[in-house]
Design a protein around this ligand. Sequence first.
Ligand code: ADP
Length: 162
Amino acid sequence: MEISVVRGDICAVVADAVVTAGNSSLVGGSGVNGAIHAAAGPELLRASRALAPCPAGSAVVTPAFRMANTSWVIHAVGPVYSGPQDEALLASAYTESLARADEVGARSVAFPAISTGIYGYPEADAARVSVAALRGARTSVETVYLVAFGERTAVLWERALS
Ligand code: ADP
């Protein structure tokens, strides 16, 4: 699997599947999830709600509806950070996303920095955990884009990869 860091808005990244950092009730909300729901249109909310609840550490997949850059949205739910013991749940959000990608035949997947916004996961730790989880996964996904919304996220991911 090839992993690369890209800067910008995940709604503009071309990939077979795009991951959103959802909440367990799979409703829109703010941050990356709000941006993806806005881009995909109201059909996304109907489709994701039907699959709720989705506990932390798990992921579900729906079509991407009005998004032109991707075919699938993978709704991953990361942990609300409470301490280092949340590492397994964060890793699982990444590996479960790859499992959903495999189920729909997606070979390229774009990830945001799950749990590092409102959910408060320390960014450096999250970068390390996400890269280790992706590298350790058994998957047919060939290309992963780590989409950094800010410069600091990009630097931390580059560091975790090197
Ligand atoms: P969580 O609730 O899992 O913490 P957030 O959406 O609050 O999710 O934040 C997760 C990460 O996504 C943060 O690093 C935030 O800066 C980033 N982010 C927010 N909007 C976008 C976007 N449009 N594209 C890519 N990343 C984004």
